[in-house]
Design a binder for this molecule. Sequence first.
Ligand SMILES: [Mg+2]
Length: 122
Amino acid sequence: MTKNVYVIEDNEKNMKLFRAILNLIPDIEILEETRGDLGFELIKSGNPDLVILDIQLPEKSGTEICSELRKIEKFKDLPIIAVTSFAMKGDKERILASGFNQYISKPIKVQEFRELVTNYLQ
Ligand SMILES: [Mg+2]
């Protein structure tokens, strides 16, 4: 069965990389958005199996999107992964506190990211 993976990322280079890695995994449909507010609406109106969320996004941040999704019953257990270049002390804790399952730092490591996604989709 096809799994729906939502990627909300405003950086074109990173989006390309996510797409390239995700396309290595069979039976995945990728749904993309570059703006936070539009990404939130896309996820809300869809049927996601996994969400990859950049933290710094125009209009609505990844942490805002995540905490709002967690208030919706059907998204309580949805796997949501944060991807960010934030490296400040305390950022990781703050990000995880908004309801993400996991946090990964840029630059993305191809093999690690692929395995992570595969594990969440099993
Ligand atoms: Mg960004």
